[in-house]
Design a protein. Structure first.
Length: 87
């Protein structure tokens, strides 16, 4: 990412799959590598740079504040059992 940027509506979660590099958030720079998870709020100033090798990551964007309920309240538990669960 050759420039620092923010978002108007979306926050982001970055999941580093392979490689390494440097991530920038709100003036702080820190190393990232395979397995790193970085969440940036919508107004967070962000940028990243790959290290010597290519940097592979997934970026998930969601509208900030869009979760309308707790996932515990949304979950439904059917009577179905997986093979490793006691009957």
């Amino acid at each position: 990412m050759p420039f620092v940027h923010t978002h108007k509506k979306n926050e982001e979660l970055y999941i580093v799959l392979r490689g390494s590099g440097i991530f920038y958030v709100d003036g702080d720079e820190f190393p990232i590598q395979e397995g790193s998870l970085i969440r940036v709020g919508l107004e967070g100033e962000r940028a990243w740079k790959a290290g010597d090798d290519d940097l592979y990551f997934i970026c998930i964007q969601a509208e900030a504040g869009s979760l309308s309920q707790s996932t515990l309240e949304d979950g439904v538990r059917p009577t179905t059992k997986a093979s490793w669960m006691k009957k």
